[in-house]
Ligand binder design. Sequence first.
Ligand code: NAD
Length: 246
Amino acid sequence: MADRLAGQVALITGGGSGIGRAAVLRFAAEGAQVLIADRDRAAAESVMREVPGAAVAVGDVSLAADAEAMTKAALDRFGRLDILINNAGMSFTASVLDMAEADWRRVFDVNLTSMFLMCKFAIPAMARTGGGRIVNTGSGLGVVIGPGGKTAYSTSKAAVVHFTKCLAVDHAAAGIRVNCVCPGPVESPMFLRNPAELRERLAQSRPLRRIGKAEEIANAMLFLASEESSYITGHALMVDGGGSIV
Ligand SMILES: NC(=O)c1ccc[n+]([C@@H]2O[C@H](COP(=O)([O-])OP(=O)(O)OC[C@H]3O[C@@H](n4cnc5c(N)ncnc54)[C@H](O)[C@@H]3O)[C@@H](O)[C@H]2O)c1
């Protein structure tokens, strides 16, 4: 299949790297017109060069003006918005005792408030054309507790799951479905910053005994963003090699 998103416009935040990049490539291969939204211009433009017809919006998703400009860029370039992938996020490792208040706030701004802002601007645009699909990137660590030092990250990602469910209820009547993917450890620049010993431990601790690939998360996003999931909303899909069941 190569036309599951034909005629659709997708805005993908964090599209310049890792999981977001994989989603840009996968969605474009399925016929979508894609806006790559990322604060890293060089990374976003590099992905754009891989995808003929894609566009870039550079900005920080945790800032209202930038989130609004990203939605506007999709509308100006492609004339509509059907799919929002709220994927940009940051990791942070420290206990609350070792964490500055500003770091705590930054994690929540980037991982959660960004989704509020993006949805605030994207939902009216989707509703004007009869509806759309939103897929938020949570984390396995938003559902189960990990190896420690992840209080801010895990709590922000747990909130993404509830945010997804609340949004699904509020905007179903406008034809908008809202779901989230909860990746386990995935080979990406973010994950590869972890020590090798931890990466191996995380791989071996799950039934599938390996780290996931960014493309495997992009496939789950594609399912939730396509008509194949037409009766699914408010769902948190674990894509974690079974890590949450053991
Ligand atoms: N890699 C994993 O193991 C893993 C596991 C669970 C969840 N996740 C989540 O998946 C998402 C993508 O992570 P990844 O592993 O691909 O990371 P990554 O670091 O490879 O890519 C993240 C991208 O988001 C962009 N970004 C970060 N903050 C931004 C901001 N404020 N505004 C705009 N762009 C911003 C970065 O520039 C980068 O291009 C994140 O939400 C992350 O929490 C990742």
